[in-house]
Write a protein that binds this ligand. Structure first.
Ligand code: SF4
Ligand code: MG
Length: 320
């Protein structure tokens, strides 16, 4: 996947008091074949919107997208959207809300196979069983006629993963897929995603506010703040030696592994600016301990610090 200059604006409020909220602000990002990229940031940073735009659940306001070298138009016809869904799937945060409660697991998983014409007759049931087994829901037969409310949160998220996998996509966007699950099953679900990524040879964008989860899951990390990407690089390097002051703040706020979970928003460190009322210049300047006068003037460009690391901050001049 390659996106360049991706923008998503929303108009909020009522005339004449409408404001424009820029949830995704000129994002450039690529995800390689079989690569896992973690998108990290506090709640309200725009990461879910970025995923929804890439998945074309929202239409981008500007920017270009390529998938497997082919450009994907901003607006897709119904037929094009259906074809795109076969290649790009999303897994949602809330496994309770994302599965229709009136349908059985068997029905939920057979739908995409039928809609996309991927199986017929007995083949549907066979493929659903295969998906259930691949996602650790065994014995598969015992899940066929169950309803979402009869499953645990972890099992429900496995159904969500199986549903995304049904069409054999090339890219899965997983939006905080473990944040609503019990701590005890989070690692299982993360490992399932990694195993499936290997087996199916797909690429993954893993969205999280938890740096430890990002490091565990990903090859590269992209840090998002107020709609902008502010740092991108190999996961170990970004966490081992974060460059952007915001990434450093996230790392300092990260609990020790045993101490529990990273909060969705950092306490006592100032607030994420409202996307409809961003300060001029670097959006992080009101919270940044290193802010200089020029930080209030203009948005710093994304700069390459090494061939694999980029950071959007005036502290890092381009190095030859
Ligand atoms: Fe801080 Fe300035 Fe860098 Fe923004 S550009 S993160 S305000 S030092
Ligand atoms: Mg979100």
């Amino acid at each position: 996947l390659e996106v360049r200059g991706l923008v998503k604006r929303f108009r909020i409020g009522r005339f004449p008091r409408t404001r424009v909220l820029v949830a995704v602000n000129h994002v450039d990002l690529h995800v390689g074949a079989r690569e896992v990229v973690a998108l990290v940031g506090e709640s309200g940073s725009g990461k879910s919107t970025l995923a929804r735009v890439v998945a074309r659940l929202e239409t981008p306001s500007a920017g270009r997208t390529w998938l497997e070298g082919q450009e994907v138009p901003a607006r897709l016809s119904r037929g094009e959207l259906l074809a795109y869904r076969r290649r790009v799937q999303m897994i949602f945060q809330d496994p309770f809300a994302s599965l229709n409660p009136v349908h059985t697991v068997g029905y939920i998983l057979s739908r995409p196979l039928v809609v996309h014409g991927l199986a017929t007759g007995k083949g549907v049931r066979a493929r659903v069983e295969e998906l259930l087994e691949a996602c650790g829901l065994t014995p598969a037969r015992s899940f066929f006629d169950r309803y979402p409310h009869e499953l645990s949160g972890g099992q429900r998220q496995r159904v969500g993963i199986a549903r995304a996998l049904a069409v054999r996509p090339r890219l899965i966007l997983a939006d905080e897929p473990t944040s609503m699950l019990d701590v005890s099953v989070r690692l299982d679900v993360m490992n399932l995603l990694l195993d499936l990524k290997e087996q199916e040879g797909l690429s993954l964008i893993f969205i999280t506010h938890d740096l430890a989860a990002a490091r565990y899951m990903s090859d590269r990390i992209a840090v998002m703040y107020a709609g902008h990407l502010v740092e991108v690089g190999p996961a170990d390097e970004v966490i081992g030696e974060p460059l952007h002051p915001y990434t450093r703040l996230l790392k300092r706020a990260a609990p020790k592994p045993e101490a529990g979970l990273q909060p969705e928003r950092l306490e006592g460190a100032g607030d994420v600016p409202e996307l409809g009322a961003l300060p001029p210049g670097c959006p992080f300047h009101p919270r940044c301990p290193f802010a200089r006068p020029e930080c209030r003037q203009a948005l710093p460009p994304m700069q390459s610090v090494t061939p694999s690391r980029q950071v959007r901050c005036v502290l890092y001049g381009a190095r030859p």
